[in-house]
Structures are given as C-alpha cells and as structure tokens.
Design a protein around this ligand. Structure first.
Ligand code: GLC
Length: 749
C-alpha cells in the first residue's frame, strides 16, 4: 500500500510540469505550499522574497526575463491596470511554476476618490465610517489589480513636528486601535482568512516617537511605553489576523527594526504570535549601513533575514546575497523556506492562484457616485469646530456677499493632502467652487491672497482687503500645502506658513466676521491667529469633497461633530503635550503656577510653585484631545458605575445621561476615560477606554452605557506581563479628555 501511495505523490508532483494552458483552477486548489516549495529552485525561492518598484511605464526585457524566471514575488507602485494585467499574464503563463505576482500600493486615504487625510478621519471618531471609506478605496484599487495595501498606518503620533502624523489616527492607542482595525476590515472584507485585499500594519515599531519629530530618526522607548502605548494597535491588528507588518525606517532602542531579532522574532512572533509576512520599508535593509548596524549590503541582508524579515521592498540585497550567504553557511535554507512559505500563503489566502486578474468592471459609475457621497460625509464628520464666538456660525442665510480668501480656498490638488498617488484631482470640488455654486458667482468675492501656503508676498493684500470690504463675511482658508506635510516633512516652527497669519490679521482689521478654516494634517500653533477669528474650523486635508462638506457645515445644513484626535500645543516648545500624561510627583494645577509675566520681581526661589509646567505657557494644551464644538450644546449627568458579569466575564458597567440642551439637533461623541490610581507601574492620569457617537434632537436626553472587561483595565507591568491589578479607579464621561463628570470604583483582588 505504501508503494502505491508514493507513486501517487510522484504522479501528482509531475503533474505541475503540465504546460500552463492545460492547468485548470482546480490544480491550484489542491496545490500545497510544500509541494510547490519542493519544485522551486533556490533562485525562484529568493525571487518570491523580492518586491520591486513598478515599471513606471517602461517594461524592460530584463524586467520580463526576471518574471519569466520566477525571480520576483511582488511589485509595488505599478500604476497602469493594463500593465499590471500584462505582467501578471507573463508570470502565470510564461514562468515555470506560474506563481502569480502580488501587486501592492499605498492606499492611505483613498485611491481615485480621496477621503480626508487619516488624522482627519480620526476626528470623526467613527469606526464604521472609516471602514466604509476603506472598503470604497479597496474596491477602486482592486478593480485595477492591486491586492496588497500598505496600510493601516497605526503609529502613535504625539509630535506635530513629525509630518507623518498626517497618515495615522492620532495620539491615543485606543482610538488608533479602533480606527486602524476598521480600516483593516474595510480592505479585507468580513473574512480575514480570505481577505479581499491584504493589509499591512505599519511602521513596526515605535516610529511615531522619532526623536524631535524628525523623520527617520532615533526612537528610544522604555518597555513600559513601548508595550502600553506604541505596540497596542499592532497587537490588536495581529490578534485580528492582519496579513502583514512593515518594519520602520527608524531605530528602536539601538536596533533598526528591519534587523532586530528582538523585535521581529521575540516580540512579533513569540510574544504576539504573528504568523503573517514581514516586509521592509523602502530601502530600509541597506539603510542599516547608515544606521551603523550593518557593515555592508551583504551583512544587512544577513541581519534582516536572520531577524525575521520575509520580503525586501525596493532594494536588492536579498536577490544579490542570500544565495552566497547560504553557500557560506551564514543562513540556512530553512530561513529562506520560512519566508517563502509566508509569501505563498499570502498569495493563496488572496486567491491569486485561482483569480490572478483584476475584476476591471467592479468600479462602476454608480459606485463612483456612492464613493463621492461617502467622501463628503467623512469630510463633514471630520471637521472640528474649535471656536464660535457670538454664534458667527452657521452663516446667517441673509448673508449677501461672501469674501473667499486664502491659499487653500481653491486648490483641487492641495485639498487632497499627502499620499494620494492615484487621487483624481478632476473630481475635486474646492470650497470656492461650492460657495459659487451655492450663492452664485456675483455674491462670492474671491482673492487667493497668497501664491501658495508658504508665500511671504503681500502684493495681493490690498485686493483681498477690497474683496473683504465688499462682503458681509470673510471666509479665510488657511493651512499647509501637501508637500510640507507627510513623510520626511517635519517642521520645527508650527505656525501657519508664509504670510498667512499677517494676511488674516490684516483682514481682521475690517471688523467683518472672519471665519477661519484651517486645512492641514497636524496641530499647528494657532493660539495667536485664532484670536483674529470669530470662528475656527479645523478641516484637516478634507479630500475630494472638501468644498461641499465645508459649505454644508458653514451654512448650518450640517453641524460640526468632529473631536480632536491629537492635543494642540501652544507652541512647539510645549511638545509633547498629549492628554494621557503621567501625574508626576508634582502635578500642576490651575493655581499652582504663576505666568512668567506675573512673577513679582525678586520672588523667593520656591515661591512661585514647584510643579511640572512651563512658566510661559503653563501645562494645559491650547485645545485638548477629544475636544470639538457643535452648533448645539450637550450636558452630562447622573454617572453610575456598577460591576457585574457579562458573558461570564467580570465587567465594569458605566452609565451617564447625555442631553442636547441647545436649539438645534446635533451629534456628540461621548467619551469614557479611566484612571488606574495606584499600580505597580504608574498609569496615565486619563486613558480613553470607550466612545460612542450619538445623535440627539434639541432637548432630547439619552443614557449611554460602556462596559469594561478586566482586560480593558489591564497594562504591561515592569516584567512586560499583561496584568490587571486591584485597586481604586476613577472614571469620567464627557465630551472631551477634560470631562469632569466623575465616578470611582474599586477592583477587588
Ligand atoms: C514609504 C513609506 C511607507 C510606504 C512605502 C511604500 O517610504 O515609509 O509607509 O508604504 O515607502 O511606498
């Protein structure tokens, strides 16, 4: 019987040699990775571990030859769907094993239809809407043949100087985790075991804590902060089965993640149980030479594969040196097979062996219209109103003439923000276009005022003043152009660039109501400039539908409902200023410090308050995490806390009553914060542990309930064990991280 069995296996084995034309989809359904591995040459195995930049419209013989030889596993940034199809056809029909290529792209906040930049989507505090936006982007990309998205970016970013704060979901691990998961599910679809599109948790790990907010720089984090803050969203996504993880450019505690066995093997594989694929960020393998961690490219390749890197993006050290390193016995074939298995598993999970080609007609015109409506809704829910004096907003419908001014008022490209490789600017509707459509051209007086957001010129100031004089209200669209945000674009000064602030001040002298709408993907130091405005709305980079969304909010058709996913500093010198700070041994209070201008001369050394603060800006942010105004008001009362069992789990239940005390209906994002007052490692003064978006009519009240499991109250202790410790907890429920409706509870042993 045994002989018979072996014969059977050999027959099936040779079966793979059949010409591709005779292959049927069913051949692949029984294909096992081990059998495929046995058939592959070493060169072909190494090829699967290589990802190259797309052809950029120039398919060379060398490129095609490499695909025919099965020496390429994945291509990123191939733009043209026909080229994608052509290259895939070569891989399937002309390579010896017909292993399909995996086409990858950065689909960060939309593909053709651009949604608000991620920090803006975070301000919606709406996971379901984020999932829908991601799902829309996935459909658009899938129809072009893209099957692997390099997202979600779940770096915790607490430093607005870092340009990449733009593409994440803010400063809080809980919010970043909830929204990163929603983004992931939007791309994978309901069954992560059969993802519609593969996703990638990036950048592993701690990248958002890059020194001084300077990109690509050193990261030094204690285990306590690394595990309790920066790794939390990654752990959540890994537990939810994300397909891949990308290593970061920076170095973490002395080792570049791309070559760190501690991070990629011990933490990622052993502690977190990740079984997916690890891909390097662009060129980060050879960059280990710059870091001073590898002698040369061959050494970098060895360190990367030994650490646990499976696929090398863009650079060619795997292609060039793995075979040599194997021959020298410095790596093993098992190292290579382990990675190749993960690449093949991902391709099989995506169904690429059965359906390697794009479904070109998936993105219909009807879908395109739906996606634009979704992009508008997300832009509306992303907007955060930070100031509204004398109810300057919503605009009074009797308003006759509107002055639209500022570098961001009418720029179809800049309103999309960074990371919009495939964004279609022809779809963009700018604020100027929307207001002219709504009021008519003759009632809108537009002057750009500055050539761009960085322009220092004042040659348009007078013309802008005349337009303002002819108007009833000034709508000033300020912000940062795309190119001074995002990757590699860190800023030390956080004011509005160029002469924007001067122009705003100049126009405020008209004493006309001035509405300031700021379009940028990071908190700016806008304390002074906001004083010139009667109302202030942070619209982030709102994407394709910026105009219609801003129009609806400014005119009151929709009420602003967004909340800040990041704390705003008074000035760059105040960074870091995130809300979940530790209490310290000398916590500041409103009355425990004296402003530098108010200190009596020759005050005695200890007379002005020895607490942790700045003499010139104090200790409070300009605007706190979770803050955002509405056209109505909400009150919180009757907080209750109880402990019971929910699904057999010990659970803490917290409730409060929320009322809309204003005259207009509105949406409120109710937030729950807790504090573990005493623990074996100090815990933050507040941590977001729940949020819920509710819609209340004028005068309506509703009870909101949150349930916390013991795990929700846990943390990594000094030994890196995840624990929940007994003791006193405080809880707050309210409309921002400054919520003052408080209850306490005691967890028993
Ligand atoms: C970039 C980014 C990374 C992106 C990759 C591919 O440099 O750091 O987020 O996914 O390269 O474009």
């Amino acid at each position: 019987m045994r002989i018979l069995f072996i014969a059977l296996v050999i027959f099936i084995g040779f079966g793979f040699k059949i010409k591709s034309s005779d292959r049927s989809a069913s051949t692949y359904s029984s294909r096992s990775i081990e059998e495929l591995l046995d058939k592959m040459s070493l060169e072909q195995k190494i090829g699967q571990m290589c990802q190259l930049q797309g052809t950029e419209g120039n398919i060379t013989k060398e490129y095609l030859k490499r695909i025919r030889q099965g020496k390429l596993g994945s291509i990123l940034n191939e733009k043209d769907p026909e080229v994608i199809r052509q290259l895939q056809k070569v891989a399937i029909e002309e390579s010896v094993h017909g292993i399909p290529l995996l086409f990858a792209r950065d689909i960060i906040h939309g593909y053709k239809t651009i949604f608000p930049i991620n920090i803006g989507m975070a301000a919606s505090f709406n996971p379901e809407l984020v999932r829908e936006a991601a799902s829309a982007a996935a459909l658009e990309a899938y129809s072009n043949g893209i099957r692997w998205n390099f997202g979600p970016m779940v770096d915790i970013s607490r430093d607005p100087r870092w340009g990449r704060m733009a593409e994440g979901f803010g400063e809080d691990p809980y919010l970043v985790g909830r929204l990163g998961l929603a983004f992931h599910l939007g791309f994978t679809g309901p069954d992560p075991r059969k993802p519609y599109m593969a996703t990638c948790a990036k950048h592993f790990a701690g990248y958002g804590a890059t020194e001084g907010g300077r990109d690509y720089n050193t990261v030094s984090l204690s285990d306590e902060e690394l595990y309790n803050v920066h790794l939390k969203p990654f752990k959540l996504l890994i537990d939810e089965g994300i397909s891949s993880v990308m290593t970061s450019f920076s170095e973490l505690n002395g080792q570049p993640p791309t070559g760190s066995p501690w991070l990629l093997s011990q933490v990622l594989r052993e502690e977190f149980g990740f079984e997916g694929l690890v891909v390097s960020d662009w060129n980060s393998v050879p960059e280990m030479i710059n870091h001073g961690f590898a002698e040369n490219e061959k050494d970098a390749a060895k360190k990367a594969i030994r650490a646990g890197l499976d696929m090398e993006m863009a650079s060619g050290t795997f292609q060039q040196y793995l075979e040599e390193l194997l021959e020298e016995g410095r790596i093993t074939e098992a190292d290579i097979d382990r990675s190749v298995r993960r690449v093949l598993q991902l391709k099989m999970k995506l169904g690429l062996f059965e359906k390697p080609y794009a479904q070109r007609n998936a993105f219909t015109n009807e879908k395109a219209a739906e996606h634009l409506a979704l992009a508008k809704e997300m832009a509306v829910q992303s907007m955060v109103m930070l100031k509204n004096e004398n109810n300057s907003l919503p605009l009074d419908v009797s308003i006759n003439h509107v002055c639209v001014v500022g570098p961001m008022a009418h720029d179809r490209y800049e309103q999309l923000g960074t990371w919009i490789f495939d964004g279609d600017t022809n779809l963009s509707i700018t604020p100027l276009m929307a207001f002219e459509e709504y009021l008519g051209h003759e009632r809108v007086h537009y002057v750009k005022g500055l050539k761009n957001s960085r322009d220092w010129g004042k040659d348009q100031f007078e013309e802008a003043l005349q337009a303002a004089e002819r108007s009833d209200v000034i709508l000033f669209f300020a912000g940062e152009e795309s190119i001074i945000t995002g990757e590699a674009h860190s800023r030390a000064h956080l004011g509005l660039p160029g002469a924007q602030e001067e122009l705003i001040k100049f126009l405020s002298a008209t004493n006309k109501p001035l509405i300031l709408i700021i379009m940028t993907p990071r908190p700016l130091a806008i304390g002074t400039v906001s004083e010139y405005a009667d109302a202030l709305i942070y619209a982030w980079h709102p994407g394709t539908m910026a105009g219609p969304a801003i129009l609806d909010v400014i005119t009151g058709l929709r009420s602003p409902s967004g909340k800040l996913p990041v704390s705003f500093p008074h000035t760059a010198g105040q960074i870091p200023v995130y809300y979940a700070q530790k209490n310290t041994g000398r916590p500041p209070t409103k009355h425990s410090w004296t402003h530098i201008d108010d200190i009596p001369q020759r005050s005695f050394q200890t007379s002005i308050g020895n607490t942790s603060h700045y003499l010139d800006v104090g200790f409070e942010p300009l605007f706190p995490f979770g803050f955002g105004l509405s056209y109505t008001n909400f009150s919180y009362s009757e907080i209750q806390v109880s402990q019971d069992k929910y699904q057999a789990l010990d659970t803490v239940v917290l409730r409060a009553s929320v009322c809309n005390t204003g005259d207009l209906e509105g949406a409120e994002i109710v937030q729950l914060y807790i504090r573990d007052v005493v623990a074996s490692v100090t815990r933050p003064v507040r941590q977001l542990k729940g949020f819920e978006r509710i819609h209340l009519k004028a005068g309506e009240c509703r009870e909101v309930e949150f349930r916390l499991s013991m795990k929700d109250l846990g943390f990594y202790n000094i030994a890196n064990d995840f624990v929940t410790e007994p003791g006193l907890f405080h809880a707050w429920i309210g409309g921002s991280s400054k919520a003052d409706l408080k209850a306490s509870f005691y967890l028993k042993e």
